[in-house]
Structures are given as C-alpha cells and as structure tokens.
Design a protein around this ligand. Structure first.
Ligand SMILES: [Zn+2]
Ligand SMILES: [Zn+2]
Length: 180
C-alpha cells in the first residue's frame, strides 16, 4: 500500500453530500507534539474515516507505532508500543480560520473546520499523547545509574556500593529469621 506522509484528509467531495471518505498515512522518524518531539522506533501508521451524515462529520481514526522513551532509572531509550483510537465530531463552518473546538447544544465537543483539506496532525498528536505512559522501565529489574559515577549498572559493575536501590529488601528479613 502506498502511504502518504501528509497528515490530512480531503473532504471537498463530502462537503455537500452525505458519504464517507478515508485516508491513511505514515509518520516517519518522530512525532511532534507542540514543542516536544518523540523518536519513533519504526514508522507509525494512521488511518482515518470521516462520515458526513447531513449535519455533522463523524471522524474516527487510529494510530499505531512504537515510540522510544527513556527508562526512568537508566535513561536508556526503550521501545513502547502505541495503539491509539480516537473519534471526533466535526462541523463545516466557513467562518472559522482554524480548527476550533466548541460545545454544541448537547454539550458535546465539536470541531469547526473551514479548510476542506482537513489537517489531522492535531488529532493524531492528541491521540498519541493520551496513550503515553507516565514512565517506562527498560526492564522490570533495571538497576539504574550509579549515583556516584553515573555508570549504567545494567551494563557494568563500577564497584560503588552507595546505591541503596540494589539492596534486596528481603535480605534483612532473612537475617532476622536466622537469629530467631
Ligand atoms: Zn533502565
Ligand atoms: Zn559507580
């Protein structure tokens, strides 16, 4: 399949008649979210379908990819799979200059758009961010960085013993039991 690298969908045909329009594409190297950039392990893919029902446009989409996040203990780039699904209501409004979020009479979020070539980057970035974990670990028992010399203790034994995190909490218990 040929993937477009443009993050948009052209709704020109849909504007004046009910129907459905789909688009898909890839995001290469990194996903930009505002000022922040997230490195991708491989190309992320997305697909979006917009259905025009008469009054509103119903957008549903998905985004799949693997991002590299820093391990919270040793800072090693760690792959994390993102599978995001999103849905939005849209309305065509030639008066708005940019994508504008409003609440309709039913208190639902509705995005007003005027450009029939609808830019999807904000929807994709939002869906991506919502799937990000607070933190990741490169491995369940990551030993982190040595607080003395900064060495990655998963890779080297630098010999420093200050790191309390290495101590097995059950070893003290074992000693107690021995003494009984
Ligand atoms: Zn780690
Ligand atoms: Zn060290």
């Amino acid at each position: 399949m040929d993937y477009s690298e443009v993050q948009s969908i052209n709704l020109a045909k849909l504007l004046h008649e009910p129907g459905t329009q789909s688009a898909n594409g890839v995001i290469r190297d990194r996903i930009e979210v505002g000022e922040e950039q997230f490195e991708l392990e491989n190309d992320a893919t997305w697909s979006v379908t917009v259905t025009h029902t008469g009054n509103e446009f119903f957008l549903s989409g998905e985004l799949h990819g693997t991002v590299r996040l820093e391990c919270r203990r040793c800072l090693t780039p760690t792959p994390y799979a993102i599978n995001a699904y999103f849905q939005h209501l849209l309305q065509y409004d030639p008066e708005v200059e940019t994508l504008t979020l409003i609440q309709n009479a039913e208190d639902e979020d509705v995005y007003l758009f005027s450009d029939p070539n609808l830019d999807l980057s904000a929807f994709l970035a939002e869906a991506f961010v919502l799937e990000l974990p607070y933190t990741v670990l490169c491995q369940e028992d990551c030993r982190g960085l040595c607080p003395v010399c900064g060495a990655n203790r998963n890779e080297t034994d630098c010999g420093h013993t200050e790191g309390q995190g290495l101590r097995n909490p059950f070893s003290a218990l074992g000693k107690l039991l021995d003494e009984v």
